[in-house]
Design a protein around this ligand. Structure first.
Ligand code: GLY
Length: 422
C-alpha cells in the first residue's frame, strides 16, 4: 500500500514514522515533509493546502491512502475533493472540520447537546463585544472565531486587555477573516488536557490521554505557541475522568454531529479544562494534536493502518482496543530563538546522531531541511525530542539527556516539560 501524509511538522513526521512501520505499507510520501520525513518517506514538494495538486499527485502516483495532518486543508475541503475523485483519505469532510474552523459554531453545537463548556457569548460587532466585556468584567478569554494557528486565543486578566484583544482581532484584523466574529468565554481555573479519539462517525476508539505546554516560557509563562512539549499519560485523567470525558463529551459530540447532518470521521481532539474534578470543553480540533501526537504515537503498539482503514470504511469496531506501551512518554520541543515571533533559519543542527543513539529516544523533526548534506533549521519549532520511560520522571530524564546533546546557534527550549505531571 502507498500512503501519502500531508503536512510538514513534527506531528507529520511521527505519523510517517508510525505508518512506515506497518507491514501493510510499501511506500510513504510526505507533502511537503521535512528533513526528518525525507529519511523514511519521499518528500513531495506540494503545499499542504494546495488541494488540487495533491489530488492530482495521488491519482497519478496511485496512492492508496492519504492521511491529513493540519487543519487548514481539512477546513478547505480536501476530504470532499479526494472522495469526489474516488481517492481514500483519512479526516473529516469540510462540514465536519467546522468543529475546528468555527469556534462559534462549536460552542452553539455543544450548548445544544448539553455538553459541559464555560459560559460564552458570540459577537460580530466590536462595539457589542466591548459593551459585554464591561458588563461581565475580567478575567475572560477572547477568541477569534476562525483558524489562527493557536494565536487567536487571548487570556485577559484585565478589562482593558480584553478591549485591546477585540481591537486586535476585529479592528486591526490581524487574523483576517478569522476575526469576523469573536467568542468571549468565561475564564476557567483548572488543568488543561488533550484527549483524542478515532471515530468512524458512530463508534469511538479513544487514545491515551496527554497534555501539552502551550506557553513559551518555563512555569507556563509568556505567549501561547503551537506547543513547546507534551507528555502522555496526563495523570489528572483518572479512570473516572476518562469515563466522564467519553460519556459526557466525546460520545454526545459525535452523536450530535451526526444528528446535525455532519457525520464526523477521523481524529477528534478535545482541548479540555479539568475544573473542580470535572472536564469542560475549551475547544475541539479536527485532527491530531501537535506535539501531543509525538508522545502518543511513541506509545502506540498497535498497527495504525487498520485503525485508519476502520475509520474510513465505517467499521472501526472490527479493530480491537488499541494496544499501548507501558510507562510514559515525553516530547520536548527544541525551537528557534524568537519563536513564536520572528526567528532566523538556516542554522546548522549538531549532535543529532548521538542523541538518537540513546535508548528509548526518538527525534521527530518539524522545521528542518537538508542543505548541502547538512541538517539546518527551517522553522520556529525545529525538533520534538521524544523519549519513552518507565514513568514520566524516567521519560523526562531521557528526553533531556538527548536534548543536552543537540545544539545549534540560537536554540531555545523549555526546561520543565512534564514536570507538572510529577
Ligand atoms: N497542541 C495544540 C494543538 O495541536 O492544537
Amino acid at each position: 500500500m502507498k500512503v501519502l501524509v500531508i503536512g510538514g511538522g513534527g506531528r507529520e513526521h511521527s505519523l510517517v514514522w508510525k505508518i512506515h512501520q506497518s507491514p501493510k505499507v510499501s511506500k510513504v510520501y510526505c507533502a511537503p515533509g521535512n528533513g526528518g520525513t525525507q529519511k523514511i518517506a519521499e518528500n513531495v514538494d506540494i503545499k499542504a493546502d494546495d488541494i488540487n495538486t495533491l489530488a492530482r499527485f495521488a491519482e497519478e502516483e496511485g496512492i492508496d491512502l492519504t492521511v491529513v495532518g493540519p487543519e487548514l486543508p481539512l477546513t478547505l475541503g480536501i476530504v470532499d475533493e479526494f472522495e469526489g475523485r474516488g481517492l481514500k483519505i483519512f479526516g473529516p469532510n469540510k462540514k465536519g472540520a467546522e468543529i475546528e474552523g468555527s469556534k462559534g459554531f462549536t460552542k452553539d453545537l455543544l450548548k445544544r447537546y448539553g455538553i459541559p463548556i464555560p459560559r460564552y457569548a458570540i459577537f460580530d460587532s466590536p462595539d457589542d463585544a466591548k459593551r459585554y466585556i464591561k458588563e461581565i468584567g475580567a478575567p475572560m478569554v477572547v477568541k477569534a472565531d476562525g483558524l489562527t494557528g493557536g494565536k487567536g486565543v487571548i487570556i485577559c486578566h484585565k478589562e482593558k486587555e480584553a478591549i485591546k484583544a477585540i481591537d486586535l482581532i476585529m479592528e486591526e484584523r490581524v487574523f483576517g477573516k478569522a476575526g469576523d466574529r469573536v467568542v468571549i468565554e468565561e475564564f476557567m481555573e483548572g488543568e488543561e488536557v488533550s484527549f483524542m479519539v478515532f471515530t468512524d462517525g458512530e463508534k469511538i476508539l479513544p487514545m491515551v490521554s496527554s497534555q501539552d505546554h502551550k506557553r513559551i516560557y518555563d512555569g507556563d509563562k509568556g505567549t501561547n505557541t503551537g506547543g513547546m512539549g507534551a507528555y502522555s499519560p496526563a495523570p489528572i485523567v483518572t479512570s473516572d475522568i476518562f469515563r466522564e470525558i467519553m460519556d459526557r463529551i466525546m460520545t454526545p459530540t459525535i452523536t450530535g454531529m451526526a444528528k446535525e447532518g455532519r457525520p464526523y470521521k477521523g481524529v477528534l481532539y478535545a482541548g479540555l479544562m479539568i475544573s473542580e474534578g470535572s472536564p469542560n470543553v475549551l475547544e475541539f480540533n479536527a485532527r491530531f494534536g501537535d506535539p501531543e501526537t509525538q508522545p502518543i504515537l511513541a506509545r502506540m503498539e498497535s498497527d495504525i493502518i487498520p485503525i485508519i482503514e476502520g475509520v474510513i470504511d465505517g467499521d472501526i469496531n472490527k479493530v480491537e482496543d488499541i494496544r499501548w506501551k507501558e510507562g510514559a512518554s515525553v516530547c520536548v520541543v527544541m525551537a528557534s530563538e524568537g519563536y513564536p515571533r520572528s526567528y532566523q533559519k538556516g542554522k546548522r543542527i549538531e549532535g543529532l546522531e548521538a542523541a538518537e543513539r540513546l535508548e528509548g529516544v526518538k527525534i521527530f523533526h518539524a522545521g528542518t531541511r537538508l542543505s548541502q548534506g547538512n541538517l539546518v533549521t527551517d522553522g520556529g519549532r525545529v525538533l520534538g525530542v521524544t523519549a519513552l520511560g518507565m514513568d514520566i520522571k524516567d521519560a523526562i530524564e531521557k528526553a533531556y539527556r538527548a536534548v543536552s546533546l543537540i545544539h545549534w546557534e540560537g536554540v531555545y527550549y523549555r526546561r520543565d516539560i512534564g514536570r507538572r505531571a510529577l
